[in-house]
Design a binder for this molecule. Structure first.
Ligand code: KG4
Ligand code: ZN
Length: 368
């Protein structure tokens, strides 16, 4: 049952988990959950026992997109379809169970590439029907907010979550599971998207984040005075598209890549410093504003060691616990989907016969 909307421009939201008193609820459905994640270009499946024990986890990164320097939606959908059956069989075998031991399926239903989401949801529905078990839809961003719990245990609330990936830059106050206040997000490009675009300008390939990070380690962060967009704005939003343009303008007189190695390292280091200044400043400001007891990171950009170090220092100075998932659980993965699905089932969620996909975060029922 949903709560009445709260007053204010950015109200707290609740997830769509059904009330435990719902007719037909099967509390034991959370016992052995198969998670399926296909929202972008990673095909991932997981088997989670008792909501906490990760018995098997497979992530297949789709290499085909490297050829094109970015994710090609049609190719992603096709690859999900080809990869899912084998990955699921593999995960079930690795978990040491039989398909009949599964008690439910949790699948990403939003947000993401619509064709990719459709493949995962259609597959989950068909498999759930064949096994006679419920299928619940999970919000991908909500799952990122809680991914750290798989390794760190339950978060102290209120917590702050920073989700930074190729598609999202979200700063969220987590008051409880299912109770969120959106504090900020990007007005244009996501942080990971900026890393990918700048890597392309430097001729470093896709995905760009790890390549920029390794070049940045050998460069001077003060070599270029790139802008820190929205750093001084009173809100907690971000903007990275102008920063990418500033890098393009700095590189324009130099012609086409490959560039001199030292030059590329200096650009990478100066760009990374600008992104991290923005992410760190607003995240620490949000910690101070909310009095959060923990900071949780999620999304591929959270693999960036310099970002982790800067946030670790800020958290230590404030006595705040930093909860960073290991790289596998930062990036897109089915373990976090299975976990959130298991929580929804334990709270009484039942199979949704109308389960459908939604591409945007706003229309998914979360976000600003
Ligand atoms: O969460 P993710 O695996 O997929 C989605 O975008 O949903 O995140 C991928 C993004 C890419 O933009 C990639 O360049 C970025 O995360 N990324 C990094 C690093 N590793 C991955 N960005 C900065 N530093 C990294 N070490
Ligand atoms: Zn993601």
């Amino acid at each position: 049952m949903s709560e009445p909307a709260r007053p204010g421009a950015r109200p707290a939201r609740r997830d769509t988990a059904a009330d435990p008193a719902s007719q037909g609820a099967r509390p034991d459905a959370a016992r052995m959950v198969l998670g399926i994640e296909t929202s972008c270009d990673d095909t991932s499946v997981a088997v989670l026992g008792e909501g906490t024990r990760l018995l098997a986890h497979r992530i297949a990164a789709q290499d085909v997109h490297r050829l094109y320097g970015g994710v090609v939606p049609e190719l992603a959908s096709r690859a999900h379809l080809e990869l899912l059956p084998g990955l699921i069989a593999e995960a079930i075998a690795a978990a040491g169970i039989a398909p009949a031991d599964l008690t439910a399926i949790a699948v990403t239903r939003a947000p993401g590439l619509v064709g990719s989401l459709v493949v995962g949801v259609a597959f989950a529905k068909a498999y759930g029907l064949a096994l006679g078990i419920p299928v619940v839809g999970v919000n991908h961003i909500e799952a990122h907010l809680h991914a750290a719990t798989l390794e760190h245990g339950p978060a102290p609330f209120p917590a702050l979550a920073l989700v930074v990936s190729g598609g999202h830059t979200e700063l969220v106050e987590v008051r409880a599971v299912g109770e969120y206040r959106w504090l900020g997000s990007t007005r244009d490009d996501a942080a990971g998207e900026a890393f990918d675009k700048v890597a392309k300008l430097l001729g470093l390939g896709f995905p760009g984040g790890p390549a920029i990070e390794s070049r940045a380690a050998a460069g001077r962060a003060d070599a270029y005075d790139f802008p820190r967009p929205m750093l001084d704005s009173p809100d907690l939003d971000f903007s990275f598209s102008g920063l990418k343009t500033a890098v393009a303008l700095a590189l324009a007189p130099l012609g086409e890549p490959p560039f001199d190695e030292r030059r590329a390292a200096d650009v990478a280091a100066s760009f990374q410093a600008a992104v991290l200044d923005c992410l760190t400043a607003k995240t620490l400001r949000a910690l101070d504003a909310t009095g959060a007891r923990a900071l949780t990171l999620g999304g591929g950009v959270a693999c960036n060691r310099a970002l982790r170090e800067r946030l670790a220092a800020g958290c230590a100075a404030r006595g705040v616990t930093l909860r960073v998932p290991s790289p596998r659980l930062c990036a897109d993965n089915a373990a976090m989907i299975a976990q959130l699905g298991a929580w929804q089932l334990a709270r009484g969620a039942i199979a949704d016969p109308e389960l459908d996909v939604t591409a945007s975060l706003e229309e998914s029922g979360l976000g600003v």
